[in-house]
Write a protein that binds this ligand. Structure first.
Ligand code: ADP
Ligand code: MG
Length: 694
């Protein structure tokens, strides 16, 4: 399905816009968030300059832009270079000065001859009690209209002035043409929304304060468009997954029973409840698409193991996919013995398996000799063929995209999907990331966990912290020591960690290890394994200690420069301790002095261990922005919709999308033709292509 050709202009390079050359283009690309004309059009004004204000000279307020009709008076050329060139002028109410720095004198004398009538415009200020405008714009009276404009003010960056931005966007607006209307006419009318082209023109021509707000009809329409594209895409992907017939995986319970018998603990109520949901979904012939959300340490892995067991009972294979090498290996270490105790044959496959070893594993997967496959996204690769994949568990899914989810479902017939995440995603965000995915929550921690004792220390206490550690280590404690991310510099990052490593080694001797992002994965694994085995007491790490790493004997977490981390990141890091029965500690070390908000944020960490509470309070403190590290997490980042503002539009967009797919499942009707334009504008066309080919 090719892109409608009348959309081509929107996808031209920024350099095709007036005033955007090869020097400015990369700056503008970073500013607007993309290399294309459409990206410039999504860049919306944050303010405007109103030049229509036309007071008499005597009433022109300082600091405001005014456009005034005047008669030009005497010129006072500058005697020295540093002095400005002044021209007096007046209207019936009073006099003022026009001030020019380093002008071409001859040109000024021609343009503003004494006695001429001119319209002048610019910001009025007062100098020695007298009104003046520095470097005013001016035109003859007849051209007054050209000055009485409202100029949008855009978010800018060094090297891209507002003038450049305005010129480029005016050029982009000239490419905007009416498009087939994809909105429901009645809905559009009810909301009083403009058409696509009107909305574009109006968003870039704010005339009042209200025009800058999200509730403005043009902005609301664009936001709705984006949410509709998002919801429709998710629905199309999902209905395609549904169309590929699902299968029923209802085993006899034998493997699950053996697995449960091998567990050293009872499942929590929350785990049991999630398993009832999952088990029922799997038994249904429809495809499962379920999100298992549970804070760090809530025990998601065991739930996954039992789901995999159910797939195996039904004669199918199961796969569990982790975002990183370390996590995949760790899942291997914890799951394999458990599964094997239940008589299930499991293999681990990651990008590091090469050559003959890899061939052997691939053969086991293809023949079905391997009943469960544990690995990284290497499991998606083309040469990995399954005998009969029935269930895919995706751990910490937020790093995988919709596209990868699609690839996965191509790996078998009717693959059920269970997504596991520790990110405390609020309901609205879940909707944008997964559509109407079913959600099970593990809202109960395994019993016997003592709360983690979290304490704040300023950097100058670092010596006494180290001393305290010495005592605890001699009593058998194991310690994570996290060094912070230094913004945009892996090198300095590493330097800080290495320095700390040296200092700690002087104190604690050889039983200190270091892991960082620049190490090869297998070198890193060696160190991690030593720490897990108890051959190291202290593990110094940059933030590479992956989400999910499980060393129950580690009871102390020190985080240096805690003030530099996001709260959700701190929460994830802290979740590395408190996994066994022993009292655990988290020391948040900050470099003072801290601002009010920074202090408050660390207090939240000290006072709560609940991921949802932390996320919520963080949201309140920061008031929007990149809450929960959403950008990092791979959740969708909207260009026109702001969920704080347009959250209620999301539910409508979801219902709208549902109705569209219900009424016209193959998207062949008139509205669907128009929706094709929408999906292309938001570059969601893959979903569309999917529905037709499927
Ligand atoms: P996460 O949800 O962060 O992936 P894990 O699955 O890694 O959590 O579980 C954390 C720890 O809790 C593991 O050591 C696991 O064996 C243990 N655990 C899981 N469920 C229970 C339970 N019901 N009772 C006691 N310990 C449990
Ligand atoms: Mg986990």
């Amino acid at each position: 399905m090719p892109r409608p050709f009348d959309l081509d202009p929107y996808f031209r390079a920024l350099t095709t816009l007036p005033g955007v050359g090869p020097r400015i283009a990369p700056l503008m690309e970073r500013l607007v968030g993309g290399p294309k004309v459409i990206d410039a059009l999504w860049h919306k004004p944050i303010d405007y300059i109103d030049r229509r204000f036309a007071p008499p000279i005597s009433e022109a307020p300082a600091g405001k832009i005014a456009t005034i009709s005047v008669v030009i008076g005497k010129h006072a050329p500058n005697a020295r270079r540093q002095q400005p060139y002044r021209i007096a002028c007046s209207d019936a109410s009073g006099t003022m000065s026009l001030v020019f720095f380093n002008p071409r004198k001859k040109w000024l004398q021609e343009q503003l001859p004494e006695g001429a009538r001119r319209v002048v415009s610019g910001k009025v200020d007062y100098y020695q009690g007298r009104a003046q405008i520095v470097n005013p714009d001016f035109v003859p009276e007849a051209e007054r209209k050209t000055l009485e404009t409202v100029e949008p003010v855009y978010p800018l960056t060094a090297g891209v002035t507002n003038k450049t931005m305005n010129k480029a966007i005016l050029g982009a607006l000239r490419l905007v043409r009416p498009l087939p209307e994809w909105l429901d006419e009645a809905h559009k009318k009810r909301e009083n929304w403009p058409s696509w082209d009107e909305a574009m023109a109006s968003v870039h021509k704010p005339m009042r304060e209200a025009d800058l707000e999200g509730a403005n009809p043009a902005r609301a329409r664009l936001a709705y468009d984006e949410l509709l594209a998002n919801q429709l895409t998710l629905l199309l992907v999902r209905s395609r997954q549904r169309k590929l017939a699902g299968r029923s995986y209802d085993g006899d319970g034998a493997v699950r029973a053996r697995l449960r018998a091998a567990l050293p603990f009872e499942l929590t109520g929350a785990q049991e409840k999630a398993l009832i949901d999952i088990s029922a979904d799997m038994a249904e012939p429809a495809r499962m698409l379920r999100l298992l959300q549970g804070d760090v340490g809530s025990g998601k892995t065991v739930v996954a193991a039992l789901a995999l067991a159910q797939a195996v009972e039904s004669g199918a294979q199961g796969a569990i996919i982790a975002p990183t090498e370390i996590l995949a290996r760790q899942h291997g270490e914890s799951l394999k013995p458990l599964l094997e105790a239940a008589g299930v044959r499991a293999v681990v496959l990651t990008g590091r398996d090469k050559g003959a070893a890899r061939e052997t594993i691939l053969k086991q997967i293809a023949s079905g000799a391997a009943q469960v496959v544990i690995g990284t996204h290497a499991l998606f690769q083309k040469d990995v063929a399954y005998q009969d994949l029935g269930l895919a568990v995706i751990d910490e899914q937020h790093r995988f995209g919709v596209q990868q989810r699609l690839m996965l479902s191509e790996k078998g017939k009717g693959v059920d999907v269970l997504v596991m995440t520790a990110t405390p995603i609020p309901r609205t965000l879940t909707l944008t990331a997964y559509g109407d995915m079913e959600v099970s929550r593990l809202d109960e921690k395994p019993p016997g966990r003592k709360p983690i004792d979290t304490r704040l220390f300023s950097m100058d206490k670092i010596e006494s912290i180290a001393e305290g550690l010495q005592r605890r280590i001699s009593e058998g404690a194991r310690v994570y020591w996290v060094c912070p991310l230094v913004e945009e510099s892996d090198v300095m990052d590493l330097a800080a960690a290495e320095e700390r490593y040296d200092i700690l080694k002087q104190r604690f001797g050889e039983r200190v290890g270091l892991v960082h992002g620049k190490m090869k994965a297998d070198e890193r694994d060696v160190v991690m394994a030593k720490f897990a085995a108890g051959d190291l007491d202290v593990l110094v790490a940059t933030t590479v200690i992956e989400v999910g790493v499980n060393v129950p004997e580690a009871t102390i977490m020190v985080i240096e420069h805690a003030e530099r981390f996001g709260l959700s990141q701190l929460h994830q890091l802290r979740g590395r301790v408190g996994r066994g029965g022993d009292q655990s500690y988290c020391f948040l070390v900050y470099a003072g002095p801290l601002g009010e908000i920074a202090k408050e944020r660390l207090n939240i960490m000290r006072d709560s261990e609940d991921g949802f509470v932390i996320a919520e309070k963080d949201l309140m403190l920061r008031g929007g922005g990149d809450v929960l590290g959403v950008r990092q997490s791979g959740l969708p980042v909207f260009k026109n919709a702001d969920l704080n503002m347009h959250g209620d539009l999301l539910a409508t967009a979801r219902d709208d999308a549902r109705l569209i797919v219900q009424r016209d499942p193959n998207l062949e009707g008139e509205r669907s033709e128009a929706l094709r334009y929408l999906l292309y504008l938001y570059e969601c066309e893959q979903a569309f292509a999917n529905i037709r080919s499927g």
